[in-house]
Design a protein. Structure first.
Lengths: 111, 111
DNA sequence: ACGGGTGGTTACCGGCGGGATACCGGCCGG
DNA sequence: CCGGCCGGTATCCCGCCGGTAACCACCCGT
C-alpha cells in the first residue's frame, strides 16, 4: 500500500522543516529580504533561516534573487509552485483554527 | 507575527510524526487492528507503530478500543476529529500529485 | 506440550534537526 | 578610523525520532 519510496518523503507537504510553513506565509504578500524574514520569525537564528531557505529553494518553492548593488540586496520570493501551495496550506490553517478547542481538550484530558 | 506559542507547535498539521499521515489514511475505511495496520505500513516496527498510535490518541485523532475477549481484539479507529482531518489532507495529496513533475524537476536541477 | 499469532514493552543506539555562539567580508555613515 | 547593519558561514552541542533486538503474557490449535 505504501511502498518504501513513499510520496511523503519527497513531498514538501510536511512542509519541510520546522519553519518552512511560516516562511512561506511570510512571503505571501511578496518578496522579502533576509532580515525582513528574521524579524517576524521570532527566535530563528541566521543559520537555521539560511538552512530552511536553502531547503525551500531546493524544492523549488522559493527563489533567491540578488539585486546587485551597491547596496546589495538579497530577496526571497515564492515561485509559482510555492504560491500554489498557499491554497492547501490555507485549508490546513482553517482546519486548525476550527478545531482548536478540541485539540486543546484532547491534549489536556490525555496527560 | 508568529509568537513563541505558535499554532504549528500544537497543530497536528505536520501531521505528527513520520507515519501518522499514513496511519490516518489507513483508517479511512474504518477501524483496524494493530496487525492490520502493521501489514500495509511496510517496514514499521511494533514499537514505532505503538508510539505513533499513542501520539495520535493524545491528539484526539484516534481511539483505541479493546473488545474484551477471548479472543481479545484491539482496534484503532478515527475519531470525528481525526475524520475531519481527511479533507484538508486530501487537498494536500491532490496538490502533491498535481505538482509531482515540478517537484522532481526542482530536486534534480538543484543538486 | 509446543509452536504460532496477537499486542505489546524495554533497553539500547545512531543520525540529524535545530539552537547557541562566534566569526566573517562588504558597505555604509559619522 | 570606528562602529553598525546586511547576509551570511563555521563549529559545537544536545535532544529527540526512529530503528534494532530482545523479551513478554495471553490465547489458540494440534
Amino acid at each position: 500500500m505504501f511502498d518504501p519510496v513513499c510520496p511523503s518523503d519527497l513531498s514538501p507537504i510536511r512542509v519541510g522543516d520546522k519553519w518552512a510553513g511560516m516562511i512561506i506565509r511570510c512571503l505571501e504578500q511578496g518578496p522579502r529580504r533576509f532580515s525582513e524574514l528574521r524579524a517576524p520569525l521570532r527566535g530563528i537564528t541566521a543559520k537555521v533561516l539560511t538552512q530552511s531557505l536553502r531547503g525551500l529553494e531546493r524544492n523549488g518553492l522559493v527563489v533567491r534573487t540578488v539585486h546587485a548593488g551597491p547596496p546589495r540586496r538579497v530577496e526571497y520570493g515564492l515561485t509559482p509552485l510555492g504560491r500554489s501551495l498557499l491554497e492547501p496550506m490555507a485549508a490546513l490553517c482553517a482546519w486548525t483554527e476550527e478545531h482548536w478547542d478540541e485539540l486543546l481538550d484532547a491534549r489536556e484530558t490525555a496527560i
